[in-house]
Design a protein around this ligand. Structure first.
Ligand code: NAD
Length: 371
């Protein structure tokens, strides 16, 4: 892992923790990108990386993304993420999870962990036996499955995008093409169907598709046909990098608004959508409902308060799209600016408060997120 500090500097992190516990086979990296707005929060991913450099890059990229996501969502939280190097199917043991929990506890709340790829709710419960700083478990006060609130946030963001596009805020009769009807996609179908939208769906698993055909009268298409569906909204709810030079020319939608992370393959793809007049609701702004849901545990989970907060995604998307129009910037960059503005305002407030005493640990935040 040559140039570790160079990489850290490039992403602008406050702290990286490398942890090893040979007795239980734990190798983990925790990335604390920013605590400017509050303690850093982000999931722990367990993945069989091809090498340690790949693991470091992943944690740097993902934790920076969490800083932007929390800032745009208006949360008093910073960005963090953890990776455990290993195969979650064969190397995950209770001892390893508990050891990871002790490392998180040792950070005294600067990093709060949660579920991510390769981890389950039950694993968070195990981690919580060693640390207070884990959310998304099944214990009393736990927030439960985040995908319901993620879908609700996407639904709210869709309304804002429809209004911005001059179609009005009503979903009744609106044609939505949904790619991926797993956890989030399924709940999104439910909200949209109740609002009278007409659904076209694709998934690589026929049983997922059958469920939404039966429950919501959705019309199925083959996975590779979803991009070309003539519709008002295309909702990517499966994979990242689906907006690219191969798919964008196929699109026949007015709006792209879905839950998938990292939808744009490259920066240029964001410009291309903008040039074509497709209204894009930036992924990390519209899919923040799950983060808002899990973060609510920190103040004592109250469902109604979460619903109110997630409803605000409507306003967030509206203001990003207005800013994009006013500044002639693609929406993904307008979202970045909003996040950077909030971070800068909070950093200068903190600086003013503490100018007399403690040194600041927070470097300026630059560069757009990738998660
Ligand atoms: P999921 O795994 O439950 O669902 C994804 C679905 O996409 C699956 O049914 C899968 O079969 C399908 N799929 C995979 N490849 C496909 C393809 N080529 N074409 C069509 N369908 C395909 O995941 P999820 O929790 O619903 O998350 C969906 C997306 O939203 C992911 O990108 C995730 O990172 C993002 N996201 C989820 C949450 C959340 O709360 N779950 C929060 C924020 C972001």
């Amino acid at each position: 892992m040559a140039g570790v500090f160079q990489q850290i500097e490039q992403y602008g992190h406050e702290q990286i923790v490398f942890a090893q516990d040979r007795k239980v086979g734990l190798k983990a990296i925790i990335g604390i990108h920013s605590t400017v707005l509050g303690p850093s929060l982000g999931g722990c991913r367990m993945w069989k990386y091809s090498d340690e450099g790949e693991a470091l890059r992943d944690v740097l990229r993902l934790s920076r993304g969490m800083t932007y996501k929390a800032a745009v969502a208006g949360l008093k939280l910073g960005g963090g993420k953890a990776v455990i190097l290993g195969d979650s199917r064969t190397q995950k043991t209770p001892e390893l999870l508990r050891s990871f929990g002790r490392i998180v506890e040792g950070l005294s709340g600067r990093y709060i962990t949660a579920e991510d790829v390769g981890m389950k709710v039950a694993d968070i419960d195990t981690i919580r036996t060693e640390t207070r700083f884990a959310v998304g478990g099944s214990n009393v006060g736990g927030s439960g499955d985040p995908s319901v609130m993620t879908a609700f946030g996407v639904f709210q963001g869709m309304k804002a995008a429809l209004k911005f596009a001059g179609i009005g805020e009503e979903l009744n009769g609106i044609r939505v093409a949904i790619q991926g009807v797993g956890n989030v996609g399924y709940h999104l179908c439910s909200y949209l169907s109740a609002a009278g939208a007409r659904l076209t769906v694709s998934d690589v698993y026929p049983n997922q598709v059958d469920r939404v055909i039966q429950e919501f009268g959705a019309v199925p298409v083959q996975p590779d046909q979803i991009y070309a569906v003539d519709c008002d909204i295309f909702a990517p709810c499966a994979l990242g990098a689906v907006l690219n030079s191969r798919t964008i020319p196929q699109l026949r939608c007015k709006i792209v608004a879905g839950s998938a992370n990292n939808q744009l393959e490259t920066e240029a793809d964001g410009y291309e959508l903008f040039k074509r007049g497709v209204v894009y609701a930036p992924d990390y702004a519209i899919n923040a409902g799950g983060l808002i849901n899990v973060a609510a545990e920190l103040d004592g989970y109250e469902h109604q308060r979460v619903v109110k907060q997630v409803t605000q995604i409507n306003k967030t998307i509206a203001s990003i799209l207005e800013r994009s129009k006013a500044e002639g910037l693609p929406p993904h960059l307008a979202a970045d600016r909003l996040a950077e503005q909030r971070l800068a305002a909070s950093a200068s407030e903190k600086k003013a408060e503490s100018s007399c005493c403690a040194p600041s640990h927070a470097p300026p935040v630059t560069g757009r997120p990738r998660a």
